[in-house]
Every structure is written in structure tokens, then in C-alpha cells.
Design a protein around this ligand. Sequence first.
Ligand code: A2P
Length: 283
Amino acid sequence: MNYITLNDGNKLPAVGFGVFMIPADGSTYNAVLKALNVGYRHIDTAAAYFNEAEVGKAVRDSGISREEIFVTSKLWLQDYGYEAAKKGIDTSLSKLGLDYIDLYLLHQPYGDVAGAWKALEEAKAEGKIKSIGVSNMTPKLYTELTADFATKPAVNQVECNPLFQQKALREVLAKDDVKLEAWYPLGHGDKSLLENPAITALAEKYGKNAGQIILRFEVQEGFIVLPKSTNPERIKGNIDIFDFALTDEEMDSIRALDTGKGSHDPEAPGVGEMLLNHYKIHD
Ligand code: A2P
């Protein structure tokens, strides 16, 4: 496994296991235990995934020492603003049942971002959170919203895959040494990506599946990736990408697939309100 060093000195595994949409009916607990069992050491959840409690229980029950597992969670929009964020952080800690969270993100770039960020900075100073970051920030939103932050974010978690390579954003983030974390790193199963000849030819050459080629490309580009799978073989395979390397020409052939467009536009009018109405994590 490759490790990435963040701008605050902390390290995390380049491939993480994401639990978005996994129900909190025992499925998240089982999935996380399985992921840890096959070698994942990085789990990505969020208050708005409604499954922090099962993630924390699986981490605690795994028999693996806490320091070896990197746990990310995220503050939901309902808890933005300084006072609400302080409570939101404590709620995440208590649901996870952990003494600290490795990485805590502002899940969405709307509302009182500055107040919420101040609460994250304080929680970091208190040791409740080791690293802090943001999510879903476009170049414009990142530039506007983080200008006055005393602490630069360690990561920005955004949609990113070979069809949407976030080139403009990467230039902006590089100035602050902010690492890009990729959600939908496999294009969310988009066949035009997974069955693209540029990808399938490399899969054949290296004896890997299409997803592994895409993830390898992304890790070689320096991204932290959070692939989603419910298939045990693919879950296992998605961290088995460190025994081969793509050549410069092969990297270029995948770089050429960029369309510059993703499925989600954080700057679209009304997105913040829509998300707030859609995910209610408490009254
Ligand atoms: P499955 O759950 O059957 O493995 P993303 O992480 O971009 O949201 O993509 C998730 C989608 O990609 C799911 O449909 C998942 O299906 C599929 N997937 C996950 N890993 C691989 C892989 N290694 N190769 C091909 N498809 C994959």
C-alpha cells in the first residue's frame, strides 16, 4: 500500500474503503470488518451516511490497533456554524466510539463554512481530530471559501476519475499542497469508462481488471482514492494495485480520456438547499 503525506505531516493509505449508501443494519459493520480483514486500513464515512456507529464498532472490534486504521468522517450541513459544528464533531466522535478521528471534512461548501472550519481547527488543536479538510470545492469555491482560513485544508474530496480529471482544481490545490481525494474514482460504474479500449487493453496487458487499471492510474497521479464495491472479489482486488506500474505513455493514454465534466456541479444554483433538504441527520 502506498501512503500519502498530508500538508500537516500526517500520513494516510492512498486507497480507502468508502461506505456511502451502505445501510446501518449490520451491513456497514460487516463490510468494514471484511475490508479491514483483506487489508484496507483507511475507512471513509460521514455523519450524513448514517453509519458512523457501525464503522466505529467494526474498527474497535477488528483486533487491529487503532493507530493502524485511518478513519475519516464529515460534518453535515445542518451542523455548520461554529457552535453547531462543535456539537457535530462531538456527535461524530460519540457515534464512532473513538477517542479521535484521523480526518474530518466539511462535507459540502455551503452555509457558514468559516464558522464550521474554526470549530474543526479547534478540535484539531484539542486532539479530537488529527487532520482537517474540505470536500466538493470547485476551484472557485476553494479560492473564495478558504482565503481566510488560518489552517489550510489537508485534502479536498471531490468527484474525480479519468473522464473528469479535475485539472484546473489540481493546479489551485497544489499551491497549498492540498491532496485530492477522489469520490466516484471508477466513474460510478460508467461503462464508457470501464469498457474504454484504452483501459481494457491495459487490463489485458497487466492481467488486472479495468477498475484496478483506473485506480492505479489515479494513485500514480497522486490522488487518494475511495472506490466503492459490494463484490468481495473486487473489494479485495481494488487494493491489489501495487505490484505493477503504468508507463508514462500509458499514463498519457488515460490522461487523454478527460472530458473536463463530472456528474455533479457544486456550483449549480440551489444545490446546497437541495442537499440540506435531502439529508436530515437530526431534527
Ligand atoms: P460492484 O459493487 O459490483 O463491484 P465508484 O467507486 O466510482 O462509485 O464505482 C462503483 C461502481 O464500480 C460499482 O458499480 C462497482 O460495482 C463497480 N466496481 C468496483 N470495483 C470495480 C472494479 N475493480 N472493476 C470494475 N467495476 C468495479
